[in-house]
Write a protein that binds this ligand. Sequence first.
Ligand code: NAD
Length: 258
Amino acid sequence: MTKTAVITGSTSGIGLAIARALAKTGANIVLNGFGAPDEIRTVTDEVAGLSSGTVLHHPADMTKPSEIADMTAMVADRFGGADLLVNNAGVQFVEKIEDFPVEQWDRIIAVNLSSSFHTIRGAIPPMKKKGWGRIINIASAHGLVASPFKSAYVAAKHGIMGLTKTVALEVAESGITVNSICPGYVLTPLVEKQIPDQARTRGITEEQVINEVMLKGQPTKKFITVEQVASLALYLASDDAAQITGTHVSMDGGWTAQ
Ligand code: NAD
């Protein structure tokens, strides 16, 4: 039976790499995320070329519960629900707490935390019916430790770790596993955008941000690749990982060992 995977925020970065990896297993893929119409068409065609299943894009904005409900309903109608749900959509904003814009706080909590509540609550009933499901939340090393100027991001990522554990316990007897992946710095558009912001906030050069801030705490001194994260997601999605639930797997070059 062809499995169906829903990956939020999969028009770019880690989400796209996970979509590509799952597509190669022959799964139906529901892509999601922003982009110009021609970019979304290009990404959808490319992922479709990797899968023998159906690949489509749903434009739900992860800050909008009604749009997430619409995506869930579409997946239920079209595929009988998701077998694999990867909550990956994420945004970042870097500012000291006293100047942190309220609307950025609300946006980050909505995309990086609340959207997973909405996708998960919709995904669970069909997974329970099938007696099989995999939910993978892309958290961060910032789900375990903090860095200054990232109050909303760190709060949301710590929150997703708690949501992961709670849902895992609720569905433990239903053949559904729920886990988080905690990457360190992966070189994606999200990280690239942070470099000039951090340089401004800290009053240092962009090169110093890369070497002295970002990779300072990552003992391997190398960025993680999106393919490495995707490969871990594939493992968590497999039957071999059936007894891994309610936990996180770090892929952070040693960051949180310190
Ligand atoms: P990215 O910016 O390359 O991709 C983010 C994706 O989310 C894009 O497809 C974008 O369109 C989508 N998105 C943003 N806002 C959305 C919204 N409101 N609704 C729907 N989609 C939305 O980012 P990335 O680096 O690949 O990050 C993916 C996830 O990995 C995020 O949750 C991020 O916090 C996490 N993460 C990233 C790193 C890193 O170093 N890049 C490290 C740890 C964790």
